[in-house]
Design a protein around this ligand. Structure first.
Ligand code: NAD
Ligand code: DAU
Length: 357
């Protein structure tokens, strides 16, 4: 496919987080002529350890800062002659949004509006070719029953403060396109897994707790369904949308890979039995059913026909390969988990699970 847009200087927000850091590794490897500026506040979820491989690269610059700081954003856009923004920065954990919605509105809604506004002003000063790509989530579509899929036409129907804040950002993005003709792109991806995934999320939490022989907290009946995609496949999809997507358009991203939570947890337990030299079934005995998440969405499943047919994107990982590699990565990088689970994270874990059993 012919490329519609070839970025020369990219501003990535939230590039020290799970998906942002994987995206930067992918993008810098496959786009040797593009510069990447990473703006990240380094909240509990951002970690420069994730970016070790690109640190001294002259095409890469890290800036510690807040997307809500309009003056900083404006300065970076001008100074670095940015021609594309890929916006990952967000508060991303549903359980934390239930504990404290306000920060989600500040970062995800207000932060996106500030970025959009500064980027629009920069673009209107005469940048010839420009793109603003907002990374969003399948959670904006709400919850599915046993059948059916989310398409890009599915109405937004959010159920958590997190998803509501992401939908708010998506609607602002749409408004900037409709009102100002600003060249936006919007991706909505399903659950990611892979290296550098913060261990508050299901898969890395289970791996970390199994290694530590701690209880494995499964919410409710464990039968909620998520559609899992390897994070590097998400990165390649974002690159494809950035360079070939049509401005104003939304693209769902997913891998047709639905799993009930309890089946994922059992699988991770079994794959770790042999790797940790434990007996068959030993890790499953750690599974503990706990109180359900409030407003817990039952099922997510993405119809990714648009990106597959219009942009000819395909995922490259099978789940079998991806989950085995991910488990091996966590086993080989135990000190990474140690470093990112700081005192502040331990307090959160105590609050979240201490009285939940
Ligand atoms: P993450 O929580 O791992 O990382 C978020 C990053 O944003 C961190 O590095 C953090 O320091 C940074 N950040 C937070 N507030 C900031 C601010 N005010 N200014 C600058 N930086 C700030 O998140 P993730 O899982 O990598 O998700 C990245 C994006 O992808 C999010 O927008 C999320 O909604 C979306 N998404 C995630 C998934 C998933 O499965 N994790 C799936 C679909 C979409
Ligand atoms: O669908 C995309 C979304 O996926 C992203 O937008 C979010 O940023 C990302 O966090 C993720 O949201 P989920 O809520 O689906 O992911 P999480 O890993 O928190 O939970 C996955 C499922 O596992 C969900 O049904 C809740 C359940 N769960 C989670 C945790 C942390 C448990 O049963 N036990 C747990 O301890």
């Amino acid at each position: 496919m012919a490329e519609l847009f070839t970025p020369a200087s990219l501003l990535v927000t939230g590039g020290a987080g799970f998906i942002g850091s994987n995206f930067i590794h992918h993008f810098m490897a496959v786009r040797p002529h593009c510069r990447v500026v990473n703006l990240d506040l380094l909240t509990y979820a951002g970690n420069l350890e994730n970016l070790k491989g690109v640190e001294g690269n002259p095409r890469y610059r890290f800036v510690k800062g807040d997307i809500c700081d309009g003056a900083l954003v404006a300065r970076l856009l001008a100074e670095e002659r940015i021609d594309a923004v890929v916006h990952f920065a967000a508060e991303s954990h549903v359980d934390r949004s239930i504990e404290g919605p306000e920060l989600f509105v500040r970062t995800n809604v207000l932060g996106t509006q500030i970025l959009l506004e500064e980027a629009r002003r920069h673009w209107q000063k005469g940048v010839e070719q420009f793109r603003f790509l907002q990374i969003s989530t399948d959670e904006v579509y709400g919850s599915l029953g046993a059948t059916g899929y989310f398409t890009e036409e599915t109405p937004l129907a959010t159920n958590s403060p997190y998803s509501a804040s992401k939908a708010g950002a998506d609607l602002l993005l749409r408004a900037y396109h409709e009102t100002y003709g600003f060249p936006t792109l919007n991706t909505r991806c399903s659950n990611n897994y892979g290296p550098y995934h913060f261990p508050e999320k299901l898969i890395p939490l289970m791996i970390s707790n199994i290694i530590g022989k701690k209880p494995l907290p499964v919410y409710g009946d464990g039968k909620n369904v998520r559609d899992w995609l390897h994070v590097r496949d998400h990165a390649s999809a974002v690159e494809r949308v950035l360079t070939q997507g049509a401005p104003g358009r939304v693209y769902n991203i997913g891998g047709n890979n639905e799993w009930q939570n309890i089946d994922i947890v059992n699988l991770v337990c079994d794959l770790l039995d042999s790797r940790l030299g434990r007996g068959a079934g030993e890790n499953r005995s750690l599974i503990t059913y706990v109180k359900d998440r409030l407003g817990h969405d039952r099922r997510y499943a993405i119809d990714a026909a648009r990106i597959r047919t219009e942009l000819e994107w395909e995922p490259s990982y099978t789940f079998e390969q991806g989950i085995a590699e991910t488990i091996d990565w966590y086993l080989a990088n135990r000190e990474w988990t140690e470093k990112v689970t700081s005192g502040a994270y331990r307090d959160y874990y105590e609050r979240m699970y201490g009285n939940r059993a």
